[in-house]
Design a protein around this ligand. Structure first.
Ligand code: ADP
Ligand code: ADP
Ligand code: ZN
Length: 214
């Protein structure tokens, strides 16, 4: 099964993708997580990506496309994957289609997690990320058992550089201009499905499972 998670920054794509990956036993591939790992490890790719990420801008398509095509070669992708944060532009979606078509495959579903802009800044300002394992929490909606420490690995929690309110507003604009057109793109292919992302995480999950099937 090949799934794409769509939605504004902070809509809950990562949260849902993690739960879905566990349920369907397919990898959760987050381009944002891959970039953040590269930044942490001081790679050349990380340095390039950081320039854009810190401003709330998208990393250039060619960097992202090469990276993801490489990721698909890994053994764990043979039964499918959940893409979180890719594609984010029409050229990225076209590159993905071309690569899949070449091997006789296609995307099964694109799931749009719908959350209005006015909820987003609130979501992002409370988001906390674990430096150890990348797990995401929210100070109000998904708190850790011990404040400031990851439930899974006991790593320290941080506020992402790009979750500052002014950067979040940039990211929302970028989302509307460059990523939202993908909703029409995947509607045209008959694979687009929408879920209400404003309700409790578990309820969002249930509605996605209702679409994908047990
Ligand atoms: P969020 O989940 O909050 O939307 P991500 O972790 O997906 O954030 O992405 C963080 C940043 O990484 C983006 O703002 C962008 O700069 C960069 N990025 C991630 N995926 C892509 C992509 N597919 N194309 C371009 N830039 C990307
Ligand atoms: P995205 O990957 O789309 O950027 P995340 O999954 O990181 O979004 O979620 C953004 C923030 O909102 C996180 O702090 C997360 O804990 C919280 N969150 C996710 N889903 C919900 C929900 N249904 N209700 C309330 N908060 C949520
Ligand atoms: Zn952790």
């Amino acid at each position: 099964m090949k799934i794409i998670m769509l939605g504004a920054p902070g809509a809950g794509k990562g949260t849902q993708a993690k739960m879905l990956a566990a349920k369907y036993d397919i990898p959760h591939i987050s381009t944002g997580d891959i970039f953040r790992a590269n930044i942490k490890n001081g790679t050349e790719l990380g340095a390039k990506a950081k320039e854009y990420m810190d401003k709330g801008l998208l990393v250039p398509d060619e960097l992202v496309v090469d990276l993801i095509m490489d990721r698909f070669k890994a053994d764990d992708c043979k039964n499918g994957y959940i893409l979180d944060g890719f594609p984010r532009t029409i050229p990225q979606a076209e590159a993905l289609d071309k690569a899949l078509t070449a091997v006789g495959e296609s995307i099964d579903y694109a799931i749009n997690v719908e959350v209005p802009d006015e909820n987003i800044v609130n979501r992002m300002s409370g988001r906390r990320a674990c430096v150890g394992c990348g797990a995401t929490y929210h100070i109000k909606y998904s708190p850790t058992k011990v404040e400031g420490k990851c439930d899974t690995c006991n790593g320290d929690l941080i506020i992402r550089d790009d979750d500052k309110p002014e950067t979040v507003l940039n990211r929302l604009n970028v989302y509307h201009e460059q990523t939202q057109p993908l909703i029409d793109y995947y509607s045209g292919k008959g694979v687009m499905r929408e879920v209400d992302g404003t309700v409790d995480m578990q309820l969002v999950f249930d509605s996605i499972v209702a679409i994908l099937g047990e």
